[in-house]
Design a protein around this ligand. Structure first.
Ligand SMILES: [Zn+2]
Length: 329
């Protein structure tokens, strides 16, 4: 009888055992970094239309994801577990000290235009050098799109050089060498999105999407991360900073790109130069958007036509190295 009971116990526990074995997460060290924290009294811009704050959403998603990953055997290290301010350098140190297999910084996005809502995933540096992080970014973009957006929704997979043109973001720069991204799943400045983000059931769905992406990432062959600027060393492209991004001009990022494409059709050199300026302005005013990649490509095309071959090469290379498409080309 005792033996039968033991057999039954083993049989019952088998599905759970096999689940944790199949996930590919057992023994992996994962750093979860819930973006920001502890700034409710001091900053007024990281807040949605009805008062929900980005750092609270980030933490809720991160804590749920921690449980999901640990249940599958991963070793999870949290940069914070409460609404407190943790130095960026400390967050990166955690990853380095613990020889992490993956670094994920969880964020949600804000912009002046309440209509805007799409995912942006940042990797550090250049696509041709930081291949492992670009792969992770692709898996996350894919999971977010499949679960939360219309299939036609554009997604940005962008280098952090698009927003900080000289050195990228602190957490990704200081963890370079470990597959890592900053993921902005959606925009809390969009009123209906903010409503969803306040709901813990929705937060859990987001954590499940991250879990699927992380599992998919570890199932793939390990890709290299080469030394920074070993293959490509682009000059910085200065972009609008925070306050400038809220100006009237910056708000026309999409319209500028559209109008420039129309001007290009005419082919005359005066219109080409006007188009070039509009593409440049679009790429500066929303530098991490899905139209910025196209704007850089079009700038390259115009520069070629105008005989500025060296500048054209730089613009084309920037489009290629600072932005990745969902599918591998
Ligand atoms: Zn953030």
């Amino acid at each position: 009888m005792k033996f039968l009971f033991l057999l039954l116990l083993i049989a019952l526990s088998f599905p759970f055992y096999s689940q944790s074995q199949d996930s590919g997460l057992a023994g992996k060290t994962i750093i979860l970094d819930a973006g920001h924290g502890g700034t409710a009294l001091t900053d007024k811009f990281r807040v949605g239309p009805t008062g929900e704050r980005e750092e609270w959403i980030n933490l809720r998603v991160a804590l749920i994801l921690q449980n999901l990953l640990e249940a599958r055997g991963a070793r999870v290290i949290m940069s914070r577990v409460s609404d407190e301010n943790v130095l960026l350098s400390k967050r990166a140190e955690l990853a380095k000290e613990n020889e992490a297999d993956l670094f994920l910084s969880i964020h949600h996005n804000a912009t002046a235009d309440p209509e805007v809502n799409f995912p942006i995933i940042y990797f550090h540096g250049n696509t041709s050098e930081n291949k492992a992080s670009v792969l992770l970014a692709r898996k996350i973009a894919d999971a977010l799109l499949n679960n939360f957006f219309e299939p036609s929704t554009p997604v940005s997979i962008a280098s952090d050089y698009t927003i900080f043109s000289n050195s990228g973001t602190a957490v990704l720069r200081n963890t370079y060498g470990i597959p890592g991204v900053i993921a902005e799943a959606s925009f809390f400045t969009n009123p209906s999105e903010e409503k969803l983000l306040k709901d813990p059931v929705h937060n859990r769905k987001e954590a499940l999407a991250y879990l699927a992406a992380i599992e998919a990432f570890f199932k793939e062959d390990r890709l290299p991360i080469l030394e920074k600027n070993s293959l490509v060393d682009l000059p910085p492209f200065d972009t609008f900073q925070e306050a400038e991004r809220l100006t009237e001009q910056a708000l026309s990022w999409y319209q500028d790109c559209k109008q420039a494409k129309e001007l290009m059709k005419s082919g005359n050199s005066q219109n080409l130069e006007k188009a070039y300026d509009l593409f440049t302005r679009s790429a500066r005013s929303f530098p991490d958007s899905f139209v910025a990649a196209e704007s850089h490509m079009r700038r390259a095309e115009i520069l070629y036509i105008l005989g500025k071959e060296e500048q054209a090469k730089i613009a084309a290379l920037r489009a290629q190295e600072y932005f990745a498409t969902l599918e591998v080309k």
